[in-house]
Design a protein around this ligand. Structure first.
Ligand SMILES: [Zn+2]
Length: 217
């Protein structure tokens, strides 16, 4: 299968990452970002966590530093929006996301899925599409109790070493999530294995996205 490349080694790629909570970008797209850096792409990363209150701010900072190590430029922005209430804080969140447009002109935006069952995730997705109307937007997936995983259409194959690093960083940095029975290596590896099978990844592993609209030059 012929594969599309967003950037070749040595080229620059500007990426805006949007996550509702401190572990979302990492769960959905962490190995993709590690892989771009490992491939020698010069990444400009604008990393935004909207709901990074109290203990979750420190873990968001530490985890972002791990996942973006080696990038050409990194900027981390943390919001203080309340977990579980994003749809009710929509006006403030819309202004926050609209404000990003004056700071960054990304080649690609990584955000939540429109069909995600978590209300905070859906709100971030909706407002991403409101704000970024001339951009490539890829929607990453988050496994959860609701069983909302859908049918992705955009795959990033991963070397096994990248997946291993992603899982190690997740378990290292998100102490607040360890009480959740699903937050473990098997969940992350199992989903990556299924997505790898679906795209015939040489390693057997992949991260997957929904790309609702793409333009071929
Ligand atoms: Zn989340």
């Amino acid at each position: 299968m012929r594969a599309l490349q967003l950037a070749r080694p040595g080229e620059r790629l500007s990426v805006l990452c949007l996550g509702a909570h401190s572990d979302d970008i990492e769960i959905g797209a962490g190995a993709t970002i590690l892989g771009w850096i490992a491939a020698g792409i010069h990444l400009d990363i604008h990393w935004c966590v909207l709901g990074a209150r109290e203990s979750r701010a420190a873990e968001a900072e530490a985890s972002a530093a791990a996942f973006t190590a080696g990038a050409a430029n990194v900027r981390v922005e943390l919001g203080q929006f309340k977990d579980g209430f994003f749809p009710y804080d929509g006006a403030e969140i819309k202004a926050w996301i609209e404000g990003l447009k004056s700071k960054v002109s990304p080649d690609v935006v990584l955000t939540h899925r429109r069909d995600d069952a978590h209300q905070d995730h859906r709100e971030v997705c909706k407002l991403t599409w409101n704000a970024f109307r001339d951009h490539l937007i890829l929607e990453y997936e988050i496994p959860k109790w609701d069983g909302d995983l859908g049918r992705p259409n955009f795959y990033v194959p991963l070397d096994k070493s990248l997946l291993d690093r992603k899982i190690a960083y997740l378990l290292q940095h998100f102490a607040t999530q360890r009480s959740k029975d699903w937050f473990d290596a098997e969940t992350f590896r199992g989903l990556a294995r299924l997505r790898g099978m679906e795209c015939r990844s040489p390693s057997g592993y992949a991260e997957a996205y929904v790309a609702r609209k793409m333009r071929l030059a």
